[in-house]
Write a protein that binds this ligand. Structure first.
Ligand SMILES: Nc1ncnc2c1ncn2[C@@H]1O[C@H](COP(=O)(O)OP(=O)(O)OP(=O)(O)O)[C@@H](O)[C@H]1O
Ligand SMILES: [Mg+2]
Length: 248
């Protein structure tokens, strides 16, 4: 078994505020791993720390066998891609889909762009017809498909997904989640995925970590969470607060 992401004793400090207080986790290659916990518990900060966007005070991050320093090289940004919650914020509205997909290819000096653009658009269920549409002409679900295509175009091995469907309607949400699952299987990707929704996490992830207040509360398998076989009261409260999860 190979480990894709190892985080050990990670501390992130913003000014004097400790957003992560010694967090550790291990994500296996090809696994889909979930992060849950209340707002402000540090889920996004953990993803941002991995991508080099949060001030790491101490601890270790190892990605695909490489211990990361303060900066990330280009190879890292090819191999690790992030998908955000808000497809309105993450895609420039007045750019065409083509331009949005060309950009990462240009940054990384990739030559077979044509093929990759066509493949990525097909793969996310949009197809060539969308290539010259503007981002502002797309629905929320279509935009999120473009954001996923943009993440895939560099052929990464890891996707960091921060609430990738929480801005979408329930039916569109299900479509995008299914798409992500298909893509993960086909490309043998590793996912580290944040969601408020325990049903989404148990549907998408094999294991998960519960976070509170910058710390790990416990690590569970999806079936432990589904079966309410949890150790911590905090997790029990999360379950209770999560609609459809209540079992009497
Ligand atoms: N750039 C920043 N400067 C100062 N504090 C920050 C910064 N980013 C995050 N924080 C703080 O760190 C804590 C964790 O934030 P984070 O965004 O990781 O939470 P989260 O678990 O993703 O919450 P949500 O579910 O609401 O997205 C919060 O208290 C937040 O205010
Ligand atoms: Mg967040």
């Amino acid at each position: 078994m190979t480990t894709s992401i190892t985080v050990e004793g990670l501390e992130v400090v913003f000014d004097r505020f400790r957003a992560l207080k010694g967090v550790s986790l291990e994500v296996r290659e090809g696994e889909s791993y979930g992060l849950v916990g209340e707002s402000g518990s540090g889920k996004s900060t953990l993803l941002r720390a991995i991508t080099g966007l949060a001030p790491v005070a101490s601890g270790t991050i190892i990605v695909n066998g490489k211990t990361l320093g303060k900066t990330r090289d280009k190879a890292f940004y090819r191999d690790v891609q992030m998908v955000f919650q808000d497809p309105y914020g993450s895609l420039h509205p007045r750019q065409t889909v083509d331009r949005l997909l060309q950009e990462p290819l240009a940054i990384h000096g990739i030559a077979d762009g044509e093929k990759r653009i066509e493949r990525a658009l097909d793969e996310v269920g949009l197809g060539k017809g969308f290539r010259f549409r503007y981002a502002h002409q797309l629905s929320g679900g279509q935009r999120q498909r473009v954001a996923i295509a943009r993440a895939l175009i560099l052929e990464p091995s890891i996707l960091l997904l921060d609430e990738p469907t929480s801005a979408l309607d329930a039916s569109v949400q299900a479509e995008v989640l299914n798409l992500l699952e298909e893509v993960r299987r086909r490309r043998k990707l590793t996912f580290l995925m944040v969601s408020h929704d325990l049903a989404i996490i148990t549907h998408m992830c094999e294991r998960l970590m519960v976070m509170q207040n910058g710390q790990a509360v416990e690590t569970l398998t999806a079936s432990q969470l589904i079966g309410h076989r949890v150790s911590e009261d905090y997790t029990r409260n999360l379950l209770r607060a999560s609609e459809g999860f209540v079992r009497v």
